[in-house]
Design a protein around this ligand. Sequence first.
Ligand code: NAD
Length: 276
Amino acid sequence: MADVPTITLNDGTTIPQFGFGVYQVPPEETAETVAEALKVGYRHVDTAEMYRNEQGVGEAIEQSGLGRESVHVTSKLNNGAHAPDDARAAFEESVTKIGGYIDLFIIHWPTPNAEGSDYLETWKTMLEFKDDGRARSVGVSNFEVDHLRRITDETGMRPSVNQIEVHPYFQNREVVAYCQEHDIAIEAWSPIAQGAVLDDPVITEIADAHGKTAAQVTLRWHIQKGYIVFPKSSTPERIRENFEIFDFELSDDDMSKIDGLDKGEDGRTGPNPNKF
Ligand code: NAD
């Protein structure tokens, strides 16, 4: 079984750099799909209240016999639950479904234009969960530089991670640079752009040269960038394929060719967090 590197977050906790994402895994199939990933060797699962499949993640871990402590689980506070009391209730529910505590709990989206909520107040509530101990770490997702600056300036507490869209076509460089400068770990969501980068000739040429697939090369690029990644798949062969990225290395030249694929804003697959 491959040795997945771990990253130490700015609060001293550790997280496996590679994991399994369950966005769009139907709730009734989640336990089985996650069980497959655990069998392959994944020890990190990324779920969310929004995905309605936290229960399945918790069940798979319990039934695996590995022990709750062996698997790092991230979940996310949903957009409609930012108000402090709603956030507290949502946290309790996530904790129960996942199995007593959550390794990393993050604000899913800042929703800066939502009426009746303010991500700064939500961040203060997240810090309660960290103090409570049942969120081992707390962080954010889809935060832009001004959002990060505001919560850090106002509370003096940095998030441990910022989970943002990053892949070869959208490298999100400004947010990445800010996070790196402030020791906020980058988690790259949609790491293969939901498949959109897999036919890219630059990536397929590098893949052929290494005897690897385009998905493996793209995931390896993220690992060598230092990002935390958790591709999603429901197919056992692809779950295994995506995990087999620790037995080869991309050269500096390979890395800079993939760096060159960035399309800026045009490369996004998801919404701009300032407008969502
Ligand atoms: P992804 O880039 O991981 O792509 C997943 C899709 O690519 C799958 O549906 C599958 O069709 C295809 N695929 C996977 N492996 C493949 C392979 N080896 N060969 C060919 N095709 C393959 O996209 P994603 O699921 O959007 O992102 C990964 C995870 O990131 C999610 O599951 C979720 O946990 C997280 N995420 C978070 C946010 C957020 O707002 N925080 C948003 C999107 C995703």
